[in-house]
Write a protein that binds this ligand. Structure first.
Ligand code: UD1
Length: 420
């Protein structure tokens, strides 16, 4: 197993290119199950989660071939309609295959994902939506068995805005008979990008990018080439990293329209920002002002930067509150941040951070992807050396993170360890 050894106290300065969005590619790849043929997905990040999805769809007969950041998918032959536990337990996004499989082939057997490190993450909305389209669903032995002769268009309202459920039900609806109306659909950029790909494939979708989607089912779809959008969470993480070290950074290959709330929050803390067409420059000269954060659905602050913001606020001169309204228990990083010297209390779904405490290097453990990012950020500013264990979590979602950080002045070493 690998760990990171990080020498804190270095100012970050320089230019980085943001990779393709993990959550973007993870939504596009299963869409290839909807129509047989060759797909080229450009700007696909080389990440463990992408490999997990590749292995999963390969186990169904699809051929996945990576060259640089181009993923070529050959879905001409699908030989299995099952997503086994061994893949789904590693990554919940595996559940995305359910909608396309039941819609196109009339059957699917997909393992239930179970909980995640920070608590329950239900899939009831995915299942209710598919049932509304006529899928017969039963759960047995930890698996969802879904079948339908032909899905039939219907109206479905998402009681909670859900990225995954929207993607799943939307993909299913593209090949259903008749019209489907989805309301309170997620409008995260990764879902809008999926809608755009589906439209290119021949799907008839009205309301792309909005919370109301009207999908008129078609008999067949066609393979296409698509480019994954840049990773807005990776971008936000590097901006916070630069700000924490009183550094400066130019981030290239971003879509600024996906990040306005992040820019504005960073501005409130005292960062100077210049936003260009597809890049942003950030400079920070001081310690941050304490700024509260409340996560919400897009276009609000993503829950996926909650942990990183908490690390940032450890440097502020004053008290700040970081509230997560999406995942109420997503605070596994806090006990580890405390080991570095932070003063943080979790009350219900909020972290109360008393900033300005002296941070010193320590051995800490990653519990999930974004928690790992927050530990890395904290280690970049802690005095002395920190070790971050279980970095397989970070490898799920940040492409070449140590190379990228080292290129702008950090000291992050990947080292083999027996510690787990
Ligand atoms: C996606 C992202 C993840 C991000 C999350 C929220 C991917 C691969 N992952 O996860 O990085 O943190 O969006 O932006 O894109 N919910 C239900 N029932 C359901 C589904 C969801 O109650 O059937 C709830 C969840 O518990 C959560 C909220 O809805 O409170 C939003 O979750 P959702 O948008 O579905 O997250 P994911 O798609 O799993």
């Amino acid at each position: 197993m690998d760990k990171f050894v990080i020498e804190g106290g270095r100012r970050l300065s320089g230019k980085l290119s943001v990779s393709g969005a993990k959550n973007g590619s993870l939504a596009l790849m299963p869409a290839s199950l909807l129509a047989p043929g060759f797909y080229h997905l450009y700007n696909t990040p080389n990440l463990n989660d992408i490999w997990t999805m590749s292995r999963l769809i390969s186990s169904m007969g699809v051929n996945c071939d990576f060259e640089g950041s181009t993923l070529t998918i050959d879905s001409r032959e699908i030989t299995s309609f099952e997503a086994p536990y061994e893949h789904v337990k590693k990554m919940r996004a595996s559940f995305y295959v359910l909608g396309p499989l039941v819609s196109r082939f009339g059957k699917a057997r997909v393992s239930l994902p179970g909980g995640c490190a920070w608590g329950p993450r239900p899939v009831d909305l995915h299942l209710k939506g598919l049932e509304k389209l006529g899928a017969e669903i039963n759960i047995e032995g930890g698996y969802v068995n879904a079948q339908a002769k032909k899905l039939i268009g219907a109206n479905f309202h998402f009681d909670i805005s859900s990225v995954g459920a929207t993607g799943n039900v939307l993909m299913a609806a593209t090949l259903a008979k008749g019209t489907t109306l989805l309301t309170n659909a997620a409008i995260e950029p990764e879902i809008t990008a999926l809608e755009e790909m589906l439209v290119k494939m021949g799907a008839k979708i009205n309301g792309v990018g909005t919370t109301t989607l009207e999908i008129e089912g078609v008999d067949e779809l066609f393979p296409v080439d698509e480019t994954t959008i840049p990773d807005r969470i990776e971008a936000a993480t590097y901006l916070i990293a630069a700000a924490m070290t009183k550094g400066e950074i130019t981030l290239e290959n971003i879509i600024p329209a996906h990040l306005p709330v992040v820019f504005s929050k960073l501005g409130e803390t005292g960062c100077q920002l210049q936003v260009y067409k597809d890049s942003v420059y950030l400079k920070m000269d001081d310690l941050p002002k304490p700024v509260d954060l409340v996560t919400s659905v897009y276009p609000g602050i993503p829950t996926d930067i909650q942990a990183q913001w908490t690390a940032y606020m450890m440097l502020a001169d004053g008290v700040s509150k970081v509230t997560d309204t999406i995942y109420h228990d997503r605070f596994m990083h806090i006990p580890e941040l405390l080991r570095l010297g932070a003063d943080i209390n979790v009350i219900e779904n909020a972290a109360i951070i008393q900033g300005g405490k002296k941070l010193t290097g320590a051995v800490v453990m990653s519990s999930d992807l974004r928690a790992s990012a927050s530990l890395i950020l904290a280690a970049l500013v802690a005095e002395g050396e920190s070790e971050i264990l279980r970095i397989y979590h970070i490898d799920r979602g940040y492409e070449n993170i140590e190379d990228k950080l080292n290129a702008i002045g950090a000291s992050v070493k990947r080292v083999k360890t027996d510690l787990i």
